[in-house]
Write a protein that binds this ligand. Structure first.
Ligand code: G3I
Length: 389
């Protein structure tokens, strides 16, 4: 049913079939077109949506997707209403030791965003993975009262960060990625071992954030997705969110990272396979419990598409369309953030290389800073979205 070796001709043929299927199968978006030259956030805003992107720190003139790259900045300022630091607010970046903090790089991003009138999301108060915690956390000596000491490390971190950016950051990924994506079981860290359970860690993180920021949006963020193979991950996240409601944990929203991927291609549609019924059931369950939704880290892995640029870009735009049509149908969704705006600076170039060695074409803009068809697809989707209250 799917095949990695997929030709350009098949890709383009599949794409016309897909548009017909899309027209027949989903509610047509309200007719409306983006005005020429209008940025994605401006288009989104007309519908009560917001569009933004990840951005990195970089010294002025640096060749990166950062505040130091004038060409990258131009795209951010034209297209975005909010930004999120790709790495600079993580424990690895700001907490070099148990009682030390270093906010220099993140502060520079905050200063830039404020100067440009961009909102800022906080990512993340706790990425619960040994691989992405500083090594000192993984090897920490918690002493005679491990639970008390772990609680101190977590609360002091969250208090320090939220107090520093009070009035500036109104939406936080409080906890990021708790699960083994294959089994849906919690992944241990030294913190969860010291505290005796994952729930103890996560609940404390959310309660501490709420105590500091009564009015902020508190988000659980993860990469469970709509492709086949994500069922256990989705089930784990649902159990977590149900548990939050039972225990009165103050979590407002689910951050759906949306690193959507086409590792293989369905010959009937010309794009990657996805479990639409199961995915909608998942989103319905989440919103049914009263959670809002955010798309926090959107990009598209194009590994299964042919090398040819036109076919690849069309496939990426069509997969974007299929996904966003489903997601924009949820009135609980307001914020959509890309995980970077320009292909060459995307994490995917290093983390998900294509078999043919060619770069991924995964972001709204190409390496020449010109928009991909994905960007036009997003503009049309936002323009056609139902207005939010
Ligand atoms: O800055 C150092 C550089 O000094 C050093 O020479 C180089 C050598 O490896 O590493 C550089 O740091 C890298 C950093 O990105 C900045 O580029 C790290 O190795 C690398 O591991 C890190 O990867 C980031 C990853 O999270 C881990 O923090 C990616 O950029 C970032 O896109 C990715 O973002 C995550 C979200 O936070 C959570 N959801 C998934 C998403 C993608 O993995």
């Amino acid at each position: 049913m799917s095949d990695i070796a997929f030709s350009r001709r098949e890709a383009l043929a599949g794409l016309s079939a897909l548009s017909l299927t899309a027209c027949a199968g989903t509610a047509a978006p309200a007719a409306s077109s983006p005005a020429p030259g209008e940025g994605l956030h401006a288009i989104a805003q007309r519908k009560g949506l917001r569009f933004g992107s990840a951005i990195a720190y970089g010294a002025e003139g640096s060749d990166s997707g950062s505040i130091g790259n004038p060409e990258y900045r131009r795209i951010i300022e034209r297209e975005c209403g909010l930004v999120v630091a790709e790495n600079e607010m993580k424990w690895q970046a700001i907490r070099p030791g148990p009682d030390q903090y270093n906010f220099a790089a993140f502060d520079a991003i905050v200063r830039y965003a404020k100067a440009k009138g961009l909102d800022i999301r906080g990512h993340t108060l706790l990425w619960h993975r040994p691989k992405w915690l500083p090594e000192w956390v993984n090897t920490y000596d918690y002493g005679a009262r491990p639970a008390t000491e772990a609680a101190r490390l977590i609360t002091s971190h969250i208090e320090t960060v939220t107090r520093r950016y009070r009035g500036v950051i109104h939406s936080y990924d409080v906890v990021n990625e708790l699960f083994d994506d294959q089994t849906g079981a919690f992944v241990d860290t030294s913190l969860s071992k010291a505290m005796g359970s994952h729930e103890a860690v996560v609940d404390l993180a959310f309660h501490t954030a709420r105590a500091e920021l009564p009015g902020a949006e508190l988000v659980y963020n993860d990469y469970m997705s709509w492709e086949p193979g994500h069922a256990n991950h989705r089930a784990g996240v649902l159990r977590l969110l149900e548990g939050f409601r039972r225990r009165g944990v103050p979590c407002d929203a689910l951050g759906i990272q949306s690193h959507i991927e086409m590792r293989t291609i369905d010959r009937k549609t010309g794009i990657g396979p996805y479990d639409l019924k199961e995915w909608r059931a998942f989103c319905d369950d989440v919103t049914g419990m009263g959670y809002r939704l955010l798309l926090t880290e959107f990009d598209v892995k194009d590994n299964g598409l042919p090398a040819d640029y036109a076919a690849r870009d069309a496939g990426v735009a069509n997969y974007t369309r299929a996904y966003m049509e489903v997601m924009l149908a949820y009135p609980q969704l307001r914020d959509i953030l890309a995980w970077g705006m320009v292909d060459k600076y995307s994490w995917l170039q290093g983390f998900a290389p294509r078999a043919d060695g060619l770069p991924q074409r995964c972001c709204p803009y190409g390496d020449d800073y010109r928009p991909h068809p994905m960007r036009a697809a997003l503009a049309e989707l936002f323009a056609g979205a139902a207005p939010r209250a």
